[in-house]
Design a protein around this ligand. Structure first.
Ligand SMILES: Cc1ncc(COP(=O)(O)O)c(C=O)c1O
Length: 379
């Protein structure tokens, strides 16, 4: 097969060999239902509880604050639905550039439960206007949930999460952050970050698809959105995804082992790629922030200058063996344009390409992509 490079790690990541090994071992040896009381069941249960303990200790939370889910989407849904159903929330403050797992959920809560939705103003790079957020928080007595993503999955803009958490506490609002793009990519310390809900998805950090968790602050008591056998201490029914949970814990452990090195290595690749693009493709522009402390180091979203084949740029990149995307994977395929680029009033007449990296990306991958991009533009 011709060479192919994978620069779409914000959509999903290849699984780490060590994660596959752990999962294969569980698959072979631990078929007991974690709710069964015999030894095989208890062994499965122990795998889940060990995973919960290692995950919680990595993020400095308590084991009981981790609720395993089928991934980021379910965790986002649970945080928003439970806030309204169980915690008295009547108003949600969020943004127009949230992942659809949040955006479609607050829209649904607005129409089905009459929840008031206020969208915070954004700067042209997707940065949250903190003054406006404070004004919104001040001007209502309704019990409020703030749901703002930690890093935008399309343009990488980071939220100053501690400042937002402090504002939420000051005005007695609940705070949920979709940390799907940042969990395992930055260190998390929930002893220092006062937050109510965090969302995690394993497949964004070399773990398996279809598993994640919602962190729920110990002070909150929520009910399930999926009813059944009362697993996850009654908060999420259904026989646990034992294999996935074991993989999730291993993937988070591996990511945290050398997290600072990963940050340095991947950031260097991102800025190298940007430099190369600027040199080879004059007129290229970045969507989102450039400063490392304001921008997710795994994402580089660029606006290509207009050229006659721009409509098919992604397709041509694919033919040349460069896997990347136009926006989030969820809207890919049908090129409907990105709600994020529209949300920041970005230029939708030019083609946006998101390159996204992981600790397995190499300089050779970037050089290959640059060479193909030059070729496409030279045509
Ligand atoms: C920011 C963000 N939130 C939520 C999700 C959904 O997570 P999952 O694919 O695990 O449902 C994704 C990615 O797909 C994402 O990038």
């Amino acid at each position: 097969m011709d060479m192919r490079v994978y620069l779409d790690n914000a959509a999903t990541t290849p699984m780490a060999d060590e994660v596959i090994e752990v999962m294969a071992d569980v698959m072979k040896n631990n078929y007991g239902n974690p709710s069964s009381i015999h030894s095989l069941g208890r062994e499965s249960k122990a795998i889940i509880e060990n995973a919960r303990r290692s995950i919680s200790s990595l993020i400095h939370a308590l084991p009981k604050e981790i609720i395993f889910t089928s991934g980021g989407t379910e965790a986002d849904n649970l945080a928003l639905f439970a806030s309204v159903n169980d915690l008295g929330v009547e108003r949600i403050i969020s943004s127009s550039i949230e992942h659809h797992a949040v955006e479609h959920t607050y829209t649904k809560l607005k129409s089905s439960k009459n929840v008031e939705v206020s969208l915070v103003k954004l700067g042209k790079n997707g940065e949250v206007d903190l003054e406006h957020l404070e004004t919104l928080l001040k001007t209502s007595n309704k019990k409020t949930l703030v749901s703002l993503m930690h890093a935008n999955n399309e343009i990488g803009t980071l939220l100053p999460i501690k400042k937002v958490s402090a504002l939420c506490r000051q005005y007695n609002a609940l705070f949920h952050s979709d940390t799907v793009q940042t969990m395992a990519h930055y260190p998390f310390n929930l002893e220092e970050l006062d937050i109510d809900f965090l969302t995690c998805s394993a497949h964004k950090f070399h773990g398996p698809k279809g598993v994640g968790f919602l962190y729920v602050n110990k002070n909150l008591k929520i009910n399930p959105i999926i009813e059944g056998g009362g697993q996850e201490r009654g908060v999420r029914a259904g026989t646990e995804n034992l294999i996935g949970i074991a993989g999730l814990a291993k993937a988070l452990t591996l990511a945290n082992e050398e997290i600072e090195d990963h940050i340095d290595k991947v950031s260097a690749l991102k800025y190298y790629m940007l430099e190369q693009l600027k040199e080879k493709i004059p007129g290229i522009e970045v969507n989102g922030m450039l400063e490392p402390e304001k921008s997710l180091y795994t994402v580089l979203s660029v606006l290509f200058p207009k050229f006659e084949k721009q409509e098919v740029l992604l397709f041509m990149l694919d033919l040349e063996g460069v896997c990347c995307s136009g926006g989030s994977a969820c809207t890919a395929g049908a090129n409907m344009g990105s709600h994020v680029i529209r949300g920041i009033e970005g230029d939708t007449t030019r083609t946006t390409v998101r390159f996204s990296f992981s600790r397995y990306t190499t300089k050779a991958d970037i050089d290959f992509a640059i060479q193909k991009i030059e070729k496409i533009y030279g045509k």
